[in-house]
Design a protein around this ligand. Sequence first.
Ligand SMILES: [Zn+2]
Length: 138
Amino acid sequence: MSDKSERPMRPDPIQRIDTQFFWDACARGEFVAQKCEPCNKLWHPPRPICPDCHSMEKSEAKLSGKGKVLSWARQIRPASFLFAESPWIILVELDEGLRMLSNLESENPPEFGMRVTVDFAQTSGGKAVPVFRPEGSA
Ligand SMILES: [Zn+2]
């Protein structure tokens, strides 16, 4: 978990019935995705049915939290209200093959192919959202 001495300002994620398991896992410091029981496909973001075989039989699979930067952008406008943590927006390909958008928590800009590890940024209501750090950084 991120260790910030000041109270986090980032707002809580918007939770729906299909995403509740993901945000609950993040609050516990766990990084998970949905897994289809019949075909074993992993998917993210959360949704009620498998995008491949349309089965509704699913479970949670714990992810390694490791991946590489496929693309990135720097936010050059002032940060949105309550989102001042990082100017770096990254597209990560996780080692499990899933892709997700997130923030890179780093003083230095990302590089294409750079290895990253998930961490969790605390939110103002006691929840957490996944962010990434360069692999090997504290
Ligand atoms: Zn499936």
